[in-house]
Design a protein around this ligand. Structure first.
Ligand code: XBP
Ligand code: MG
Length: 233
């Protein structure tokens, strides 16, 4: 019996990555760093989850021009990136993916618990919900597991295991909603069933292990069992 839906944020609730990419490029230019992350490059960089981890990976393994950024410098650049990102989110530059708002409210009406499991920070989750729902995320979600609460981000299962612990539920009682292969692997390693809807940047990911794949999280595209449970009067 389904007791909870666990939502990923980036790419699942909203297409956030393009705004993150533009914010990085903005900060690189402000800082006199000659890097520009194209869409094509960013797609590849997204294989590494977490902004600070992604920056480090880029400098160590991809960049031709190196700045030998230490941990503090990476933290400072990442903080500036998030400041820019949040300014744009507050200006209303993010839209929710189709079906997400309805799914969240209808599931709540049916007393299905809601949780978040995301590699991004609580600050970014808060700004998204404030701007797209006009609400604090804790008023909608029973529990929120974010990247700043764990040692290992996705594809490690730690974020999903934390959400399960906070919900006090067995994985079999939950479904995870994801948009990427890293998210899918993370949920699967925690033994949670998945519904995946590929986001723009993850359209070529492998979703072969997902229990269900759909175009969007709209009522008509969701699995029949979930539709019956959530949308029938
Ligand atoms: C999302 C991420 C994040 C975002 C930005 O992964 O990898 O790094 O790009 O987040 P998922 P920060 O959707 O699988 O959780 O820059 O705040 O780290
Ligand atoms: Mg995601």
């Amino acid at each position: 019996m389904l007791k909870a839906l666990i939502f990923d944020i980036d790419g699942t609730v909203a297409e956030t990555e393009e705004l993150h990419r533009k914010a990085y490029n903005c900060v690189f230019s402000e800082e006199g760093i000659s890097w520009t992350w194209s869409k094509e490059l960013y797609k590849d960089l997204l294989k590494v989850t977490g902004g600070r981890e992604r920056l480090k990976h880029y400098e160590d393994n991809v960049a031709t021009k190196k700045y030998n950024l230490d941990t503090n410098e990476i933290l400072r650049i990442h903080t500036k990136k998030n400041k820019q990102y949040n300014e744009w989110v507050n200006e209303g530059l993010l839209q929710l993916r189709p079906g997400i708002k309805t799914l969240i409210y209808k599931a709540r009406e049916k007393n299905i618990q809601l949780a978040i499991s995301t590699s991004t920070s609580l600050m970014n989750v808060k700004s998204l919900f404030k701007n797209c729902f006009g609400k604090e995320p804790h008023t909608l979600f029973k529990t929120i597991a974010t990247g700043d609460m764990v040692k290992k981000k996705k594809p490690d299962p730690e974020l999903y295991l934390l959400a399960l612990r906070q919900l006090s539920l067995d994985p079999k009682q939950c479904i995870a909603l994801e948009d990427s292969n890293n998210g899918l692997i993370s949920a699967k390693k925690a033994n949670i069933k998945t519904i995946c809807s590929p986001s723009l940047y993850h359209s070529d990911d492998n979703f072969g292990k997902s229990d269900y794949i759909c175009e969007e999280f709209t009522e008509d595209k969701l699995p029949i069992e979930l539709r019956q449970l959530i949308f029938t009067k």
